[in-house]
Ligand binder design. Structure first.
Ligand code: ADP
Ligand code: ZN
Length: 437
């Protein structure tokens, strides 16, 4: 394990009761700011909240209605802007995975705060000013690229703002500048490994030590695969544009869950059906409140992401509670012939098999009145050149292993390495053709 380094030890190790008190104080300011917006003024007044001082206890906090992605779209473009527009220095938008993008606004103070949290996140993985950081995330409206860029610079790393795509150039930059830390989606790193082999790069060409992987759900097996292929440590980073993107919850050197920076965010886990808060440690939907954003406060935002808090304290000494790896979004769930199937269950099965390559795709179609599930997987090059009986054997094994977990028998197709499409941003793992008809 790497040495434990704090960026701001006092805050990072503040005992929970004091963190809660800090949250309470900051929440008052957030509610005060929210009440300046037409959207929250109405929403909070309707719930009987007229003044920030009405929110004192946990019970008061729970009277605040949830905010949803739908609300953000309804308030488009400026219905949730709390600051004077002249004080806004930046806007960002979500990547629109599940519909029209949503917009957030930041003042200079908000941007500084976000940069600081990202610097803290980098430091918490043991990175220092001696590192060379290659940022392979998309720059632009997407928060993933710029926010971690600012954080890495603030920590003093040398930043290579390579952005996403152009894999050969990425590899060349990594080699020429002895990159030690990369930031990318896990699916992109798996793809890059294939290109690295094809292009004849050797492990000793690189000085890579770490990868920050985020922006899309991935299993523990994917992390392990990345770590083994490159011989590095991979750290999970979770963020969403509504909450300023990365720098929200990040893994420390213990690599067992992501510390949610509780001096800046309030996290709750709710039952997505009843909408009731769940006790610590139970799995459900993550709800987040951003405590310090003057440009655009968001209170009790339903992320749709499924996770839980790990109740045990982390050996690193940080007191901010850890979120377990996301198992997907509540709206990711596929209903196939009446059976609930999460893409993450499928990924978990196939990534456990050493014969499987680095990419897969789930396709759902209508066949008469029934749904048909097809799982396409890339197998390793060596397997493809082997006896076709071996291939058939693998195909059947994948099929029965999947059936044991998702309770329906999918069609399984094997493909050569590189045959399935690779996305430049977030991986597209599911194609549901039923929606189009
Ligand atoms: P969109 O909601 O349009 O995808 P964002 O770019 O803000 O827009 O993406 C945020 C979402 O990406 C999160 O709500 C979550 O579903 C997913 N995500 C981000 N980081 C991770 C991660 N480390 N693990 C799993 N999912 C993640
Ligand atoms: Zn820790």
């Amino acid at each position: 394990m790497e040495k434990i380094v704090f960026r701001h030890q006092e805050i990072e190790t503040l005992p929970q009761p004091q963190l809660k008190e800090l949250q309470r104080q900051k929440l008052q300011k957030a509610v005060e700011a929210a009440l300046k917006t037409p959207f929250y003024k109405k929403r909070l007044n309707d719930a009987g909240i007229r003044d920030a001082r009405d929110i004192q206890t946990e019970a008061d906090f729970r009277k605040i209605p949830y905010t949803t992605k739908h609300d953000l779209r309804e308030a488009f473009p400026y219905g949730m802007l709390a600051a004077d527009k002249a004080d806004v220095v930046r806007m960002h938008a979500s990547s629109g995975t599940t519909g029209i993008p949503t917009v957030v606004y930041l003042t200079q103070a908000d941007l500084d705060k976000a940069a600081e949290l990202n610097a803290r996140s980098c430091a918490c993985t043991g990175s220092t000013k001696n590192d060379v950081f290659q940022n392979m995330m998309t720059y632009g409206l997407f928060t993933g690229g710029l926010m971690l860029h600012y954080g890495a610079e603030r920590l003093g790393m040398m930043v290579i703002p390579s952005g996403s795509g152009n894999t050969k150039r990425q590899l060349q930059l990594m080699k020429d500048f002895r990159t030690t830390v990369v930031h990318a989606t896990p699916s992109y790193l798996l793809h890059m490994y294939d290109v690295m082999k094809e292009e004849g790069f050797r492990p000793e060409d690189f000085a890579l030590k770490k990868a920050y992987i985020g922006a899309e759900p991935h299993s523990e097996d994917i992390r392990k695969k990345i770590e083994t292929l490159y011989g590095i440590d991979a750290y999970n980073s979770y963020g969403l544009s509504e909450m300023n993107g990365p720098g929200l919850a990040f893994e420390c050197v213990c690599k067992n869950g992501m510390h949610l920076w509780e001096d800046s965010y309030i996290g709750e886990i709710i039952d997505p059906q009843t909408l009731e808060p769940l006790p610590d440690g139970e799995r459900g939907e993550l709800v987040l409140t951003i405590l310090e954003r003057n440009g655009m406060p968001i209170l009790r935002y339903r992320t749709r992401d499924l996770t839980r808090f790990i109740p045990e304290p982390c050996p690193c000494g940080r007191t901010h509670r850890r979120l377990e790896r996301m198992t997907g979004r509540s709206d990711d769930m596929l209903i196939i012939n009446g059976v609930n199937v999460f893409p993450s269950q499928i990924e978990e099965v196939i990534m456990k098999m050493p014969e499987i390559g680095n990419n897969y795709l789930i396709r759902v179609q209508k066949q008469g009145s029934l749904d048909k599930l097809t799982v396409k997987v890339e197998v390793t090059a060596s397997l493809f050149s082997d006896d076709s009986r071996d291939l058939e054997h693998i195909r059947r094994r994948i099929q029965s292993d999947l059936q044991a977990v998702v309770f329906i028998r999918p069609a399984v197709e094997l493909h050569e390495p590189g045959a399935l499409p690779v996305s430049q941003g977030k991986a597209v793992r599911v194609i549901d053709e039923r929606k189009e008809s």
